[in-house]
Design a protein around this ligand. Structure first.
Ligand code: OGA
Ligand code: MN
Length: 294
């Protein structure tokens, strides 16, 4: 087997074909996939029918998997169910905290940057898609966002430490979208604003709706700066919108991209996506100083 990589847009994202995750991948095919993921930021893998076991086994080759957040369906396992359907098959109450929590994925974000050790990659597979359509996922490149900054802005960004908080992004989206336990167990954490990919050497601007401010700046000043950068990074012509087909799986590099969910008929249709999340090397800030992966 051979892995074929074909770019999806001019700037980032590629599709990867020619292999079967379920049948197993040679070490060299696997390396090609990881290199392409680091080069393109988003890798769409069509025609990969997966169950949880196959997805976990493949994801674990990319690095250690996160355990699912407190208060989410599947907490304590290595699987996140991103769905409007509960494990017993009934639809979530659209006004429940869990439904609001999932719907807050409509905000541009990176996964788990609100944890001391953020997510490196995420893998999302389509298990059941809305029959009437909708529920697309959009991506942008934060490496392109960094490149688009002026030299002065890059110099500023290089030394900034951002404060990420899940309670901040959830409550901003809708009051009550986070639970008391989540707020207590997931306090704000510092993250390097600029990440350097150790495989490619390319820098990216690690912004996300979880950012509530920057160290050394007032909250208002920090939010204004962040929101201006976010707006530039997510201009319509920078977006890759993925319309899911059955058996699609996507892996993305959270260090170099942001993504967001889009609406579908949550009360009349069903959408079940399964995510596995690969941890980064560790905290990106230690003792107040930015650290990078070796
Ligand atoms: C995620 C996510 C978007 C979607 O799983 O991390 O943001 O379209 N999903 O479901
Ligand atoms: Mn996400």
């Amino acid at each position: 087997m051979a892995v074929y990589i074909s770019p999806l847009t001019e700037g980032f994202g590629a599709s990867a074909t020619g292999f079967s995750i379920r049948d197993g991948l040679s070490e060299s095919d696997f390396r090609d996939i990881e290199l392409a993921l680091n080069a393109y930021g988003v890798l769409v893998m069509p025609d990969q029918p997966l169950d949880d076991e196959a997805q976990v086994a493949f994801s674990e080759r990319l690095g250690p998997l996160e355990e699912t957040l407190v208060g989410a369906v599947g907490a304590g396992s290595k699987i996140v169910r991103v769905a409007n359907v509960l494990p017993d098959g009934t639809l979530k109450d659209p006004d429940s905290q869990q439904a609001l929590f999932t719907r807050a994925n409509f905000l541009w974000h990176t996964d788990s940057s609100f944890k001391a050790t953020p997510a490196k990659y995420s893998m999302l597979s389509a298990r059941e898609l809305p029959r009437a359509g909708g529920g697309d996922t959009e991506f942008v490149s934060t490496a392109a966002a960094y490149d688009a900054l002026s030299p002065d802005e890059q110099a500023l960004a290089d030394r900034l430490i951002a404060i990420h908080s899940i309670a901040w992004s959830r409550e901003k989206f809708a009051p009550g979208a986070s639970s008391e336990e989540q707020r207590r167990r997931l306090p704000p954490v510092p993250q390097a604003l600029v990440r350097t990919n150790p495989m490619t050497g390319r820098k990216s601007l690690h912004i996300a709706s979880h950012v509530m401010g920057f160290e050394g700046m007032s909250d208002a000043e920090g939010q204004a700066l962040h929101d201006a950068w976010l707006e530039r990074a997510t201009a319509p012509d920078r977006i890759y919108r993925h319309r899911w087909s059955p058996h699609d799986a996507i892996i993305w590099d959270n260090r170099a991209t942001m993504h967001r969910a889009t609406p579908y008929d949550e009360t009349g249709d069903r959408r079940i996506m399964i995510r596995t999340t690969i941890s980064d090397f560790g905290p990106t800030v230690r003792d107040g100083a930015i650290v990078e992966a070796a």
